[in-house]
Design a protein around this ligand. Structure first.
Ligand code: IPM
Ligand code: MG
Length: 373
């Protein structure tokens, strides 16, 4: 195995730089402990890239990503564009453009319910205890990338939703293979009672299911699925869905974990892979050292799995669970007794460096605990 990896690092906007800084700390701890060599190449995307270059996705960024083994990405979006429907250039175009340029067609979002965080979820503890599901969201097709039109008088607009067989086939195989390694159940979420694209999804996914006899396949309309995720999330193992439904369902599913800040994701294509937390740029928290870095840190664990550095990935997850179980958490989790973003990064890195003797030396770090009085 090649132990050297080149990682493209895109901080992006808002809290992006702060959470990515913790991921880099954690990766450096992993490199130290496992004798790996990670080289980081930084690149611009989003509102920061617009400010500096006028382009949310400079060609240089695509080049840096293409020359790397994987991409680590923070967050995208800035309020100055959100409420301006006439803005021609938007930060989000950077991320959408990168997904398309690198053909990152499969977005994988695992949702775990941590026992120590059950109380934060508005859902009943008995319903979320033990939830372990993963969403396979198609990422480069559908309404996100269809033809967009608005008439001159700005009274009619169109967003086309289009899917090809090939686009459905490639992500479906990934989802079925994942299900085989899990509890062997796939739920396809669609709107086949209304949409032609959804009917195509059903047709093709049913065909593919024949190749995976050990996997049980069922179907849910997205409106019902939105309700089922809240009512009985334990019924789900692998969720397979198209781009837009996956975007919505994954934010919804994050309430199971107790905070949007907890969830990581991987966006995979055949050649490239990008890892990012599912949370957005959270501009209100930017620069305050209060954002939750766990989604980003767990995304690095997904990256290490992708590199087949599974022991290292497992150690990151163990360190994270240890931090949560011992109440080393950010303000979104505990608004009174919270730790700063950078302190959580230090604690998790310290665990990684020192856990071999079962003793974690965090005394110095703990002096930096923040308590709201
Ligand atoms: C996500 C985000 C993006 C999306 C935005 C920032 C374009 O919400 O990754 O879920 O809609 O895909
Ligand atoms: Mg989203």
């Amino acid at each position: 195995m090649n132990q050297k990896k080149i990682i493209a690092v895109i901080d992006g906007d808002g809290i992006g730089p702060e959470v990515i800084a913790q991921s880099i700390k954690v990766l450096n701890a992993i490199a130290h402990r496992f004798q790996y060599n990670f080289e980081y190449n930084h690149a611009l995307m989003g509102a920061v890239a617009i400010d500096e270059t006028g382009n949310p996705l400079p060609q240089k960024t695509i080049d840096v990503c293409m020359a790397s083994d994987a991409i680590l990405f923070g967050a995208i979006g800035h309020p100055k564009y959100d409420n301006d429907p006439s803005a021609k250039v938007r930060p989000e175009q950077g991320l959408l453009g990168l997904r398309k340029a690198l053909e990152l067609y499969a977005n994988i979002r695992p949702v775990t319910a941590y026992t120590a965080l059950h109380h934060l979820s508005p859902l009943k503890i008995s319903n979320i205890d033990g939830v372990d599901l993963v969403i396979y969201r198609e990422l480069t097709g559908g309404i996100y990338f269809g033809k967009k039109e608005i008439n001159e008088t700005k009274t009619i607009a169109i967003d086309e939703c289009k899917y090809s067989k090939e686009e459905i086939v490639r992500i479906s195989h990934l989802a079925f293979s994942a299900a085989q390694k899990r509890r062997k159940k796939i739920t396809l979420i669609d709107k086949a009672n209304v949409l032609e694209t959804s009917r195509l999804w059903r047709l093709i996914v049913k065909e593919i299911a024949l190749e995976y006899e050990d996997v049980e396949l069922d179907f849910l309309f997205v409106d019902n699925a939105a309700m089922q995720i809240i009512l009985n999330p334990k019924q789900f193992d692998v969720i397979l869905t198209e781009n837009m439904f996956g975007d919505i369902i994954s934010d919804e599913a994050s309430v199971i974990a107790g905070s949007l800040g907890m969830l990581p994701s991987a966006s995979l294509g055949n050649k490239y892979a990008l890892f990012e937390p599912i949370h957005g740029s959270y501009p209100q928290a930017a620069g305050k050292d209060i954002a939750n870095p766990i989604g980003s840190i767990l995304s690095t664990a997904m990256m290490l799995d992708y590199f087949n550095m599974n022991e290292a990935a497992t150690l990151i997850r163990e360190a994270t669970e240890w931090a949560i179980a011992n109440s080393y958490v950010t303000k979104d989790i505990d608004p009174v007794n919270f730790y700063f973003t950078s302190t959580i990064g230090d604690i998790i890195s310290e665990y990684i460096c020192s856990a071999e003797h079962g003793i974690v030396n965090i005394d110095n770090i703990l002096l930096r605990k923040s308590t709201v009085i």
